[in-house]
Design a protein around this ligand. Structure first.
Ligand SMILES: Cc1cc2nc3c(=O)[nH]c(=O)nc-3n(C[C@H](O)[C@H](O)[C@H](O)COP(=O)(O)OP(=O)(O)OC[C@H]3O[C@@H](n4cnc5c(N)ncnc54)[C@H](O)[C@@H]3O)c2cc1C
Ligand code: SF4
Length: 617
């Protein structure tokens, strides 16, 4: 039984009109470009799912799935689809077959997706490589683990004050060639942790992708920038007893926004998907909607290629590489990529440095201060492995559960053109902490796109999608070790109610904008075309039937007033250690309500200023 054979047989069942030529493309791309680049862990998971699918018909048919006729395979997938079982077994296999099929030049041309033509016009100036080869030398003032929203800002602030700083990042530095020439799906493979197939374990299973690349998840995020609403600081106080100086936070926001060139998306880059959202919101008389703010830089280089979540090919999204890290390297920051920090060296309440796997060997790097900025899923693991003991470490995980509501519109939208996420509706934000964002990744990619039935994929130009993003009351946990998944997380009943409201309003917006059919993010795919049908479908759906993905893990080493409630103090210093700090999404005391990058950047800047003061800078 081979994985390729199972995926091909699944493709014949799911894609009714797939030709022999297209099946050959699927097979050769899988063999040449996908399977050889898979992380062994992911390959094992895919093999397991493929085995489950192959064996599933044996009790009733005595045949393997791939040996059934195409018609019987289709019927079998329908038969087992009780409360979305088919989805649970086939999700990853379906994801692979869908994206590879959409990469097929014959399919791209059928739907008029002209990536090659658009990116061939992009002309970039040669960019300085930020990472260096060789080994770190001597004792550093500060060592930083991770180059994302937190680590990059800390590095910038400290080298600006002339400290000797080394930064270790386990992921690669993307090359301009890769960003332009590689299909976004193949870039996702390279730049995401476990090829992008990371998920939480619980009810339901939630896709939770995050970056493993220079610049951290910011290199592969959607680039939407919000300052937190005032209410968030109250939530933080309630969660962990910490009071944040709002003046300092606002001043940090200003610095970060200046560095990233944050501004509202101009009309010419909004794209068709945003226009659908605007039309629907206006028709319904909604009050709080408009273009989002993004790190567009000065002058704006965004060409609306719509691939922000896979590394921007045009340098149009000013991420950490193009801003804080670039300036910091110019001022002396040493950046090491493919450098995995195994543990922080701790002794008698002090950090001595880190132990790093670098260039095939393990090196000890000494420093006066260690800052862990490995992200909310890796920071707690690294600290636990290093011997930090605190029962809050890994706990209180918020993720901002998200769901995609999709529609086939009455006119062509070409929603993949324009910034990938460009328009918001915030009418549910105050009362329910639900934000709606017009989001449409390139054809075939993205858990956030929701439920596009296989039968509709050639109608891609007509597709519009809205992402429902929920600020969660429920929390999960990042354990030190897991067998399956990166965290344990169950949706709470309060959050489920918010999800229902968000889906309902998204469906209303799409219908008001002229949707012919709306597809709800449920595992049993169902097209609806009236709000009555939406309500009925949602009232029947059990929690495990929602298709949920999430992109904002946070609060797993939260800032608090004491070690009984959190892991770090108001300066970001780990309780019990005089020179060990955390600066990333894990220190957020609770949810940011809106997208967190800007707040992580700002809080990390404040932490860096405190470290500088401590070091005498
Ligand atoms: C698809 C997607 C879209 C998103 N869109 C938005 C958006 O539009 N707006 C927004 O505000 N937020 C968005 N986010 C979330 C945002 O990008 C993250 O919240 C933010 O980047 C988290 O910052 P961080 O510093 O905590 O971690 P990261 O940015 O993830 O950085 C951590 C880095 O540490 C490295 N690392 C981990 N462990 C080690 C180790 N042991 N040794 C060395 N290096 C290590 C990782 O490889 C990673 O590069 C999105 C996220 C995703 C996945
Ligand atoms: S839409 Fe996103 S990926 Fe495309 S050019 Fe603009 S920032 Fe880059």
């Amino acid at each position: 039984m081979s994985l390729v054979r199972t995926i091909k047989s699944l493709a014949e069942a799911q894609l009714k009109s797939i030709s022999a030529e297209d099946l050959n493309y699927l097979e050769s791309t899988l063999k040449r470009e996908v399977l050889p680049n898979l992380d062994p862990k992911v390959k094992r998971l895919l093999n397991l799912l493929s085995l489950a699918l192959e064996l599933s018909p044996i009790p009733s048919t005595l045949r393997l799935f791939s040996t059934l006729s195409i018609e019987r395979r289709r019927k079998w997938l329908e038969t087992i689809n009780v409360e979305g079982t088919t989805y649970d077994i086939t999700i990853l296999l379906d994801t692979l077959l869908m994206v590879i099929h959409m990469m097929n030049p014959r399919v791209s041309s059928r739907i008029n997706y002209k990536r090659e033509e658009v990116v061939s016009k992009i002309q970039l100036e040669p960019r300085t490589v930020l990472s260096r080869s060789g080994k770190p030398q001597g004792v550093y003032d500060v060592v930083i683990v991770g180059s994302g929203a937190g680590g990059a800002v800390v590095a910038w602030e400290l080298v600006r004050r002339e400290f000797k700083v080394a930064l270790f990042e386990v992921g690669p530095e993307p090359t301009q060639d890769e960003l332009i020439k590689l299909h976004p799906f193949l870039r996702a493979f390279k730049y995401y942790w476990d090829n992008g197939f990371t998920f939480t374990w619980g009810k339901p299973i939630i896709d939770l992708p995050f970056g493993r690349v220079l610049g951290g998840t910011v290199t592969v995020n959607s680039g939407t920038m919000f300052r937190m609403p005032d209410e968030a600081l109250g939530l933080w106080y309630k969660a962990s007893g910490i009071t944040i100086d709002s003046g300092a936070l606002n001043s940090a926001y200003e610095t970060v926004e200046r560095m990233l060139g944050v501004k509202q998306v101009p009309e010419n880059l909004l794209g068709g998907n945003a226009m659908v959202m605007r039309k629907g919101a206006e028709a319904l008389g909604l009050k709080l909607h408009g273009p989002v703010r993004r790190p567009l830089g000065d002058p704006i280089k965004c060409r609306g290629v719509g691939e922000c979540a896979f590394g921007c090919p045009s340098n149009g999204k000013v991420d950490m590489r193009l801003s804080f890290l670039k300036e910091a390297v110019n001022k002396g920051l040493e950046v090491y990529t493919h450098a995995f920090v195994r543990r922080v060296l701790l002794s008698d309440g002090k950090a001595l440095g880190v132990e790093v796997e670098l260039g095939g060997t393990v090196v000890r790097v000494e420093s006066k201060v260690v800052v862990v900025s490995a992200g909310a899923l890796n920071t707690p693991r690294l600290l636990l492995t290093s011997g930090v003991k605190n029962r809050n470490l890994g706990a209180h995980l918020h993720i901002h559960p998200g769901l995609g509501v999709t529609a086939i519109m009455d006119q062509k939208v070409y929603g993949w053109i324009g910034t990938m996420q460009s328009y918001y509706v915030a009418d549910l934000l105050k009362d329910f902490r639900v934000l709606l964002l017009a989001t449409l990744p390139p054809p075939g990619i993205g858990f956030s796109t929701g439920s596009i039935p296989f039968d509709e994929i050639y109608d891609y130009p007509y597709i519009a999608a809205i992402g429902v993003q929920v600020s969660d009351d429920g929390t999960g946990i990042v354990p030190r070790r897991t067998i399956l998944g990166v965290a344990n997380y169950d949706l709470s009943s309060e959050d489920l109610e918010k999800i229902r409201r968000g889906i309902e309003l998204s469906a209303e917006i799409l219908l008001a904008a002229g949707a012919k059919r709306v597809y709800l993010p449920l595992k049993v795919v169902q097209g609806v075309n009236s709000i009555g049908e939406v309500k009925e479908a949602l009232s029947k759906a059990k929690p495990k039937m929602f298709k949920v993905s999430a992109y904002h893990p946070m609060s797993t080493a939260r800032m608090a007033k004491d070690p009984g409630t959190g892991v770090v103090d108001g300066d970001g210093r780990v309780f019990g250690y005089s020179n060990l700090y955390v600066a990333d999404a894990s220190v957020l005391p609770s949810t940011t309500i809106v997208n967190p990058q800007l707040t992580i950047n700002a809080l990390s800047l404040i932490i860096a200023q405190r470290i500088a003061k401590e070091l005498g800078g």
